[in-house]
Structures are given as structure tokens and as C-alpha cells.
Ligand binder design. Structure first.
Ligand code: DX5
Ligand code: ZN
Length: 226
């Protein structure tokens, strides 16, 4: 039996934020009790969308003291490590699908003083990271196909998270188990029960009438119902 963890980290994704007032929105996340800020970098190659890079990471860094959890949906992610670390990223998460030298890449991220993460797409087996578990500070299980905010949660992700939690537990890994995509009031309870401890939410938080309250509502869903 795999227990849900008592640790719940809510990570608002600024992909859905209003960029005209990013500073204000980050302050609101902080006031709402967010644990970190998720920054989605897309290059139009690994995913069919383009977002932002070091300048926005730097702007976010200057606007909040929360950790910046940077998710690189890009090919050749190592090209950006130095710039993103210098811009203030706390963690860098790269995709296993485009990282043939995961061990070396994760080591480099740690050398730069950042937490090292690997993300896997819905179609990528957990086994893709099984040989580098000891090198992971974070494992990100995508619960949508990356590229856009506001997509529908893929239900199979719950079982995948359960297996990912088992793998981390068997390796005595302290890596965070993060889930990203389609997380909202209806889906967060199941993924928490499955063993996720870090929850990315973009649309659910930033499209809410009260984003601050939404962070609290999401956290409140992570509890055992008796
Ligand atoms: C998807 C991104 C997600 C996205 C989550 O490619 O990695 O972080 O912003 O957005 P929601 O919560 O709207 O599904
Ligand atoms: Zn993301």
C-alpha cells in the first residue's frame, strides 16, 4: 500500500498568468500560500508553442522570494542551464525524451546550484528515469501532453504516479513527485492519494475569480476523507 504524503506543495504555473501584471500575480500567489512558482519554458520545437526564457525568469525572481521551478520543454536543454540558473531558477526540470545524457545533464544542473528534475510525457514509461533516480531532486509526471495550459487531465496519470511513487520509495529517494497538467479541484485529490506531493496548476488558479482562495481550496482537497 502506498501512502499519500503529508507534504503538499502547490506550484502555480505562470503560463496562465496575466503578464501585464506579473509582479502583482506572483505577490498574490505568495500571499495565498503557494510553495513555489512554476515557469514553463517552451521552444516551439519540443512542443508546438513558444513561451519565454531567461528574461521572464529574471523578472519573476525579482518579484517573489518563492522558489522558481523551471520546466524546460525544449530540445537541447543544456544550452539554457547557465543562463536560467543565473536568472534565478531554483530548479531546472528537463524532459527525458530529449535528454540522452540524463546523468551528465542532471549533474550539471546540480553543479549550478539548482535542484535537478526530469519530466516524462504521458507516453513515456517511468523506466526512462529508473537508472538516474539517485540523481533526481524532482520527478515530474506530465498529466497532459505538454505545450498548452488548460488541457484536460489524462486519467491514466493516476496509476502512473502510483508506480512512480513506488519506484522512488524503493530507491529511498527523497525526490519530489510533481504532477503537471489539468490539475484542479476535481483531479488533485486522486493524484495526491497516488503519491504526488507537488502540484502544478495554471488555469485552475489564474482563471479563478479568487486565485488566492483557489490555492487554499486545492490544498484542502489533499486530505484523507474518512
Ligand atoms: C503544460 C505545462 C503546464 C501547464 C499546466 O505544457 O507544462 O505547466 O501550464 O497548466 P494547466 O494547469 O492549465 O493544465
Ligand atoms: Zn509545466
Amino acid at each position: 500500500m502506498i501512502a499519500a504524503t503529508s507534504c503538499v506543495r502547490i506550484a502555480p504555473s505562470i503560463l496562465s498568468a496575466d503578464f501585464r501584471r506579473l509582479g502583482e500575480q506572483l505577490a498574490m500567489c505568495e500571499a495565498g500560500g503557494a510553495d513555489c512558482v512554476h515557469v514553463d519554458v517552451m521552444d516551439g520545437r519540443f512542443v508546438p508553442n513558444v513561451t519565454f526564457g531567461a528574461k521572464v525568469i529574471e523578472a519573476a525572481r525579482q518579484s517573489t522570494s518563492l522558489p522558481l521551478d523551471v520546466h524546460l520543454m525544449v530540445v537541447e536543454p543544456e544550452k539554457y542551464f547557465d543562463d536560467f540558473a543565473a536568472a534565478g531558477a531554483t530548479g531546472l526540470t528537463i524532459h527525458a525524451e530529449v535528454a540522452p545524457h540524463l546523468h551528465r545533464q542532471l549533474s550539471r544542473i546540480r553543479e549550478l546550484g539548482c535542484r535537478a528534475g526530469v519530466a516524462i510525457n504521458p507516453a513515456t514509461p517511468i523506466a526512462a528515469v529508473s537508472e538516474v533516480v539517485a540523481d533526481l531532486d524532482l520527478l515530474l509526471v506530465m498529466s497532459v501532453n505538454p505545450g498548452f495550459g488548460g488541457q484536460e487531465f489524462i486519467a491514466h496519470s493516476v496509476d502512473k504516479l502510483r508506480r512512480a511513487r513506488l519506484m522512488l520509495a524503493e530507491s529511498k529517494s527523497k525526490a519530489w513527485l510533481e504532477v503537471d497538467g489539468g490539475i484542479n479541484r476535481d483531479t488533485i485529490g486522486d493524484v495526491w492519494q497516488a503519491g504526488a506531493d507537488t502540484f502544478v496548476a495554471g488555469h485552475a488558479i489564474f482563471a479563478a475569480a479568487d486565485p488566492k482562495g483557489e490555492i487554499e481550496a486545492l490544498r484542502a482537497r489533499c486530505r484523507v476523507i474518512v
